[in-house]
Design a protein around this ligand. Structure first.
Ligand SMILES: Cc1cc2nc3c(=O)[nH]c(=O)nc-3n(C[C@H](O)[C@H](O)[C@H](O)COP(=O)(O)O)c2cc1C
Length: 317
């Protein structure tokens, strides 16, 4: 798979954002069935776990063997170049269509361990990792997903991007918020323009797309080569198709949820099934009328059959 396979279509590609404990195989499979996503991302995967525990044991890679469809990029978390290189090779050997390095996660335990956005604090190690991965990842696209950095200073930001571009990444996914902003303030999409005016690199924009109109608007921005959607895909998995068709679509929340549970049962290990369902339902019910009530009822339940009954009762009324 080449980077051109992602970007040289007759329209700019739509990416599903990586989201920990949420963009697992059951969710991706349902999105694939709805259609509209051009490139999928896994949730972030610990490079150490992949190398030292093996992929067979990873609960995060369940279902990979069944995965067939639009390209799937595996996102790696780590800060040791040799471990990251080994992990990439393993993931490519099991069918990764792309490898992404997480430079954006700002969760305190990740940041403090020098991973995710913590990697931005050690520029020499960052360059070693990026160039090392570039040498290793030959046959599939190699990308980074990042925030702006620690400071909003444009020159500092462009200096950082310069180093990343020099190491030869195929594209950059930018969620243009500062590392410590979490989801505060609005995403600063103008930073994508800053990159494109300075460097010849493909940039995917991400952050705060909450409906199809906004998606279309971002795609029409000449500096943006593609868009990535995270949170809105959880409460409206139809958004990708809505963007393509340029209109609101009919949504069957009940059937989506029931099918979601069916796939979770089929593809995820039993010990995490209920937890994953509850986490997803919390996001999924945000745009449903009285969805908060549905979420509260499901959250109290301790088995999947009970959850299914709650769903059936809720949508009957
Ligand atoms: C619950 C949750 C989990 C996330 N996990 C990851 C992750 O594993 N890797 C990553 O790069 N970003 C992760 N993110 C960030 C998203 O990929 C995305 O950059 C961010 O949510 C902004 O996009 P949005 O406004 O479309 O949601 C996560 C975000 C959320 C809300």
């Amino acid at each position: 798979m080449m980077v051109t396979d992602f970007f040289e279509n007759n329209r700019k590609p739509l990416f599903l954002a990586p989201m920990a404990e949420l963009t697992h195989y059951p969710f991706r499979k349902l999105l694939e069935e709805i259609g509209g996503v051009d490139v999928f991302y896994t949730e972030m995967l610990s490079s150490e776990q992949i190398v030292f525990q093996g992929v067979e044991k990873s609960i995060f890679l369940k279902g990979i063997e069944c995965e067939r469809g639009n390209p799937l990029v595996f996102q790696l978390l780590g800060n040791d170049v040799e471990v990251l290189k080994k992990a990439s090779k393993i993931l490519i050997s099991i069918g990764a269509d792309g490898i992404d390095l997480n430079l954006g996660c700002s969760a305190p335990f990740v940041y403090k361990s020098g991973k995710g956005s913590g990697l931005l604090n050690d520029r020499e190690n960052l360059k070693r990792i990026l160039c090392g991965l570039r040498d290793t990842i030959k046959d599939v696209p190699f990308s980074v997903k990042m925030r702006i950095g620690i400071s909003p200073d444009r020159d500092e930001f462009l200096d950082l991007i310069g180093d990343i571009v020099k190491c030869g990444v195929d594209y950059v996914v930018l969620h243009p918020r500062l590392v410590n902003e979490k989801f505060r303030r609005k995403a600063r999409w103008e930073y994508i323009e800053f990159i494109k005016k300075e460097y010849n690199v493909i940039v995917v924009g991400n952050g705060d797309i909450t409906d199809w109109k906004m998606g279309v608007n971002k795609l029409n921005n000449k500096y943006v080569d593609g868009i990535m959607i995270g949170r809105e895909a959880l409460s409206n998995p139809w958004i990708f198709r809505e963007i393509i068709f340029g209109k609101n679509l009919e949504k069957n929340y009940r059937d989506f949820l029931l099918e979601f549970i069916e796939y979770v049962r089929k593809y995820l290990p039993e010990e995490i099934q209920l937890k994953r369902v509850k986490l997803f339902v919390k996001w999924f019910t945000k745009e449903i009328l009285f969805g908060h009530y549905l979420w509260k009822e499901i959250n109290k339940c301790d088995n999947l059959m009970g959850v299914e009954k709650i769903i059936l009762d809720f949508f009957k009324s």
